[in-house]
Design a protein around this ligand. Structure first.
Ligand code: KG4
Ligand code: ZN
Length: 339
């Protein structure tokens, strides 16, 4: 008998509506509907996001089922993101998951979005998954954390941002340069043609393993304002160099803390997760770090599992399913859910 559970994952914490079907740890489908509307506003507009989730959720789940060639009655459990994220957006996914599970008489499983990012490393794509314990640099639009991961369920945040997240630093800097939201991927792209040392910006002085990006943002703003007053074409004429220097500053802040975390914990397994882990320069720098140290093992997720997706929610749900760690229908999502 085939005993691998089939999990439907639902992700709706921010501006992507996603549904995925996993059989065991293998992805049968992972459908993501991006909400283009926010690029007009320079950031995610919560009310528009929840309305778009409402429109997208049923077609996205339908497509995930048909791509996976799975019938509803074959699903073992529904796993959904119950935070952190935008409350209105979370409510769409959670209401859908609850109704779906009620209709089919199957369990629901709640997943912390950040844990989902980390556990995306355990999706079976023939690649090696990190061995425990490992450190995970989880860098997204809303979070920047160093997490010590002991098992699929035991994780401790050992460093976090005191203000903006790394993704926010990318997106807000991009906005100053006139790049549409989300600017992170475009800064990454234009940086390839720029000089990382063309401009220098203020460095944060934060103790322990914590991060800060708000000072950097201010430093970038002043540099741009001062130079644009003298030369209105400053941004246009220095565009690639500005992108490369901003990216260098953000990535350097991340790398510096990761080096300290490795030294302090003595843990040499490092994984990266979250939207910013798609960044080419961050990946290159971490690869350099690992090739200079034979004991150091680096795990980089496939691009499609870096940014928000429901496969990561389904894999986190899979581990909870094995533990029979189900939720009940009274569970409410939380915008500021912690570990
Ligand atoms: O994990 P994610 O998809 O959503 C959140 O949970 O926030 O992360 C989105 C963030 C955005 O800030 C986006 O600009 C950033 O990840 N991002 C990148 C890259 N790809 C996505 N930042 C830098 N370089 C990239 N290649
Ligand atoms: Zn995310």
């Amino acid at each position: 008998m085939d005993s691998e559970p089939i999990i439907l994952g639902i992700e709706s914490s921010c501006d992507d509506t996603s549904a995925s079907i996993l059989k065991g740890r293998k992805v049968l489908s992972n459908v993501i509907s991006n909400q283009e509307i926010h690029s007009l506003y320079g950031g995610v507009v919560p009310e528009l996001a929840s309305r778009a989730h409402e429109q997208n959720i049923i077609p996205v789940v339908d497509t995930a089922l048909s791509k996976a060639n799975i019938k509803k009655n074959q699903i073992s459990a529904v796993a959904y993101t119950n935070g952190p994220g935008l409350l209105g957006s979370l409510l769409v996914g959670s209401s859908f998951a609850k109704s779906f599970s009620l209709g089919l008489g199957i369990p629901i499983i709640t997943v912390n979005h950040m844990k989902g990012h980390i556990l995306s490393h355990f999706i079976d794509e023939g690649n090696e998954s990190p061995s425990f314990p490992f450190l995970c640099l989880t860098v997204s639009g809303g979070h920047t954390q160093i997490v010590q991961v002991e098992s699929p369920t035991i994780m401790n945040v050992i460093g976090t941002t005191l203000d903006d997240a790394a993704g926010e630093a990318f997106d807000k800097s991009a906005k100053l340069l006139g790049i549409a939201y989300p600017g992170g991927p475009l800064i990454d792209k234009y940086s390839k043609k720029g000089n990382i040392h063309a401009f220098t910006f203020g460095k944060p002085k934060v103790k322990n393993l914590d991060f800060s990006f708000s000072g950097l943002k201010t430093s970038i703003l002043y540099k741009i304002q001062n130079n644009t007053q003298k030369d209105p074409n400053f941004i246009k004429d220095n565009f690639n160099d500005l992108c490369a220097s901003i990216q260098y500053s953000i990535v350097s802040i991340l790398i510096e803390k990761i080096k300290i975390a490795i030294m302090q914990t003595g843990i040499n397994n490092l994984a990266i997760a979250g939207g910013v882990s798609a960044n080419t320069y961050l990946r290159e720098e971490l690869k350099k770090l690992s090739s200079n140290n034979n004991n150091f093992k680096l795990y980089i997720p496939k691009f499609e599992y870096c940014t928000d997706n429901a496969a990561m929610i389904a894999i986190a749900g899979y581990f909870k399913y094995l533990d029979k760690d189900y939720a009940n229908l009274n569970e409410t999502p939380s915008a500021s859910l912690t570990f």
